[in-house]
Design a protein around this ligand. Structure first.
Ligand code: F3S
Length: 112
């Protein structure tokens, strides 16, 4: 998978969302999140991001401040929104969720 790091927070450019061929980039309140269960590793988003916030997981694991967002994406996609039975991303397809308006505790508390 690919992962969106802290540089996206409060930037939320959305170029990545427009280019993702499988619609697996979900829009939180301050940041977007890639669903690791849907990402097909095409890399289209990485080159599109104007702040270079996106990296492949193999690389992200070697950089602690990026690695934390790999774990954090799991937290995001474990979140069950009010009124829903399943967590975000089940069923898949970011388009059906639109602007979710929710972040993980890590991102919500980010003060960079
Ligand atoms: Fe989409 Fe980026 Fe993965 S464009 S398929 S989230 S590598």
């Amino acid at each position: 998978t690919y992962v969106i790091g802290a540089d996206c927070i409060d930037e939320l450019d959305r170029s990545c969302i427009d280019v993702c061929p499988v619609d697996c980039i979900y829009e939180g309140d301050r940041k977007s999140y890639i669903n690791p269960d849907e990402c097909i590793d095409c890399g289209a988003c990485e080159v599109e991001c104007p702040v270079s916030a996106i990296s492949v997981d193999r690389l992200a694991r070697t950089i602690p401040e990026k690695a934390v967002h790999l774990e954090d994406a799991r937290t995001f996609f474990d979140t069950v929104l009010p009124g829903r039975a399943e967590p975000i991303g089940k069923p898949g397809g970011a388009g059906r969720y639109g602007e979710i308006g929710v972040d993980t505790p890590l991102v919500a508390a980010f003060d960079g």
